[in-house]
Design a protein around this ligand. Sequence first.
Ligand code: HEM
Length: 458
Amino acid sequence: KPRKRPPGPPPLPLIGNLLQMPKDHEWKTFSEWARAYGDCVYFHVLGQPIVVLGSLVAAHDLLNQKVMAGELTGFARGLALMPYSARFQSLRRLIHKELSGNMLQKYWPLHEDESRILIDKILLEPDLLLDSIRHYAGSVILRVTYGYQTAPRDDKFLLLAERVMAAFSLASQPGAWAVDIIPWLRHLPSWLPGTKFKQTAAIWAQLNMDVVEGPFNWALAHQDSALLVRPNFVSTVLSQSPDVLSEDDQDLLLWAAASLFGGGADTTVAALSSFFLAMALYPEVQAAAQAELDRVLSPGQLPGLSDRPSLPYIECLMREVLRWNPIGPLGLPHLLTQDDIYKGYHLPAGSIVMVNVWSILRDPLVFPDPLEFRPERFMNDKTAIETVGCIFGFGRRACPGVHFSEASMFIAIATTLSQCKISDPVNSRGEHIGKDVEYQTGTISHPEKFRCSITPRV
Ligand code: HEM
């Protein structure tokens, strides 16, 4: 019997759907295709099968492994883009042990401390908001991972990490598939269109080892000093391991640390940028959150993570930040390792599988008026709460940093709202931003550049 593929846009001979592939914000085109063809859309680009899942149920059912950006950029030794294997399991175990359950609490003082540094910086130089957020996200992850305290400005490891993250975001875009699928594209001259990805890969390869080894070597060099008494991932693993780590173990630890670093920095920046923009656009939400803080905290008191259970509105607000602008609109691509049948359709092994998280989080049946920023929608709504969890991925590959990351975002949001008033958002041309907010394309989607007024609360 011929095998039936899921429905999708009609392909041309040989090149398949190459010409229909969107150049940017591909989640919007994929949503249109889902409307036309259903929640499991199939197409191919030059023979590479691609499946986009448009519903939570389909996503839970099908996901297995991810690939691609790893192969292209040399990121494959880090966890996020590594195929499932024994090494993957060891890495994941190392990270999970440190970032889950009771272990998380030991980082609370660090989160609180860094969020206070964040608001001091923001209030001092509100025009440098984005820089301060980047500094916050990078500092938290460098401290947690390596015990490294960043310099207030132009920190060498932060600068390096930012360049790598920018290269990664570009290199893992769908356009980059072209290079994976047609390897000879790598040899084209750089002035030809489509080859920027080749360059991105080259930039990444150059930066790769610096960013992976730089902070790690720093941590190793300081392991006998006070560093070991401060909580951080590298020192915990070192203190539990035999005196001398084998080369393999050391490599594992190095990449576990680098994976945390990679996973944690840019995602937090995108989420917190969305938070500031939302607060500037929705003063009534900001006021409601501040009223809750004022009720729970004594005058002059800064919030701590132990206050989290008493601040349900802020909790909903944080979830709404993750929903309103899904910072990973298509999650990370996965690879189907064996043939599968779904709803009677055949999905061939080797298919790239993506989930349209963006459209799931705008489903009006779960989130009425999805374009509006409305934290109340999460109040006592189990379905909404479960659905927004898809922003952290699925199954055995789901984000191991989820609880850590929520603590970091929560305290940054609560501390900011307790101290600052945020208003008057303008774009990079100085024009007032309405509610039709624009977002950048890429694996991690940031709001377009904006500024806003940030003043101390009186
Ligand atoms: C708002 C913040 C964050 C979001 C939305 C997010 C989302 C994600 C997503 C969608 C994945 C891929 C899951 C999949 O393939 O299905 C992932 C993987 C990962 N994340 Fe996060 N993440 C965030 C913060 C963090 C933080 C703070 C850390 C580290 C402390 C982290 C560490 C990782 C790692 C190591 C992986 C790779 C896991 C694997 O492939 O097994 N993430 N994250």
